[in-house]
Design a protein around this ligand. Structure first.
Ligand SMILES: [Zn+2]
Ligand SMILES: [Zn+2]
Length: 316
């Protein structure tokens, strides 16, 4: 099958073996895929992954045991859990100690004609959700995870660091809580998307001296967490959404002295994301920078690496 493959370098091939669904898995014909910052980090060495990258997709089920799923348009949760380890038994399947993760850990991803996932990971899509919007469900669910972890309401002042794809999704999700929200970044065009949505924005240089109850780090670089620790109030919360391949030193003294709560945040609830798109409470169209066919996937990755680009969609 046609696929993008990462093995030290990212290459396009039309001769990659198609995946064979394991018991309980569905074979999915991928139609559209999104390039995520995690994918860009993977080709910089994050997770030491080799194989077909990618985890944000929409596709059609072609084969599976439950006949009602065949032919359905689906998105899929990316963590494949064992169901029997201590984490799974505590309903923490995303943290299963034997897990594989689509396109990230021990499991080929979706920049390919076909992919497999357990049927239990799949969510059928309502007709109101377009293919382009569906590509955002996985990262949008990750944005909704913050609301599962931290109670945010109209009494809180919240800062989102980063005006990239994740920052803009997180901002839209948090704005539904009525909190006093500010997004900080340094890309004029990206900040203007938020201005259009009536979400307050500021350049990074304007932040010192500010004190927020909650800061969400979507900066996509190692420096985001340092900034977050500088602008969160004593007793406040920093939510970390950024993963980067490059390891770095973070001074945690402020966490101790200012008694800051640090919350890591990864994958989130798909139903909340699907519901928000269906209800029109998020606007995803300004987030698509460009589309590429799969055979131009390497170019698509280069384009997505540009600091000025937002979501790049690959048409499979
Ligand atoms: Zn992602
Ligand atoms: Zn498990």
């Amino acid at each position: 099958m046609r696929a993008l493959v990462f093995n030290k370098n990212l290459t396009y091939t039309n001769d990659y073996p198609a995946p064979v669904p394991a018991k309980g898995e569905a074979l999915i014909r991928v139609t559209h895929a999104g390039i995520c910052n995690t994918d860009l980090e993977i080709i910089r060495g994050y997770m030491g992954f080799q194989g077909v990258p990618g985890h944000e997709f929409v596709g059609i089920v072609e084969e599976c045991d439950s006949k009602s799923m065949i032919g359905r348009r689906v998105v899929g949760e990316i963590n494949i859990s064992c169901g029997s380890c201590p984490e799974c038994l505590k309903n923490l399947g995303n943290h299963c100690r034997k897990r594989s993760v689509l396109g990230i850990l021990h499991k080929d991803g979706i920049f390919a004609e076909y992919a497999t996932l357990p049927v239990n990971n799949l969510h059928k899509l309502p007709v109101e959700v377009s293919d382009e919007e569906a590509v955002f469900i996985e990262p949008l669910a990750a944005a909704f995870e913050i609301l599962e972890q931290v109670s945010i309401n109209a009494s809180h002042n919240v800062c989102v660091l980063g005006d990239g794809k994740m920052g803009i999704l997180v901002a839209q999700v948090l704005s539904t809580t009525g909190c006093d929200l500010l997004v900080s970044g340094h890309h004029r065009e990206k900040l203007s998307i938020l201005d259009e949505m009536d979400i307050k924005t500021a350049r990074k240089e304007q932040l010192p001296g500010a004190r927020f109850d909650i800061v969400v780090d979507c900066a996509g670089s190692r420096t985001g967490i340092e900034t977050a620790l500088n602008i969160v109030r004593p007793g406040g919360t920093v939510v970390v959404k950024t993963t980067v391949a490059k390891k770095g030193h973070v001074d945690l003294n402020k966490v101790v002295v200012n008694e800051i709560t640090l919350t890591g945040s990864r994958c989130g609830p798909f139903p909340a994301a699907i519901k928000a798109i269906k209800a029109g409470s998020v606007d995803l169209s300004p987030l698509i920078s460009r589309r590429f066919p799969l055979n131009e996937g390497v170019r698509a990755f280069h384009y997505a690496s540009d600091r000025n680009s937002l979501k790049v969609v690959v048409d499979i």
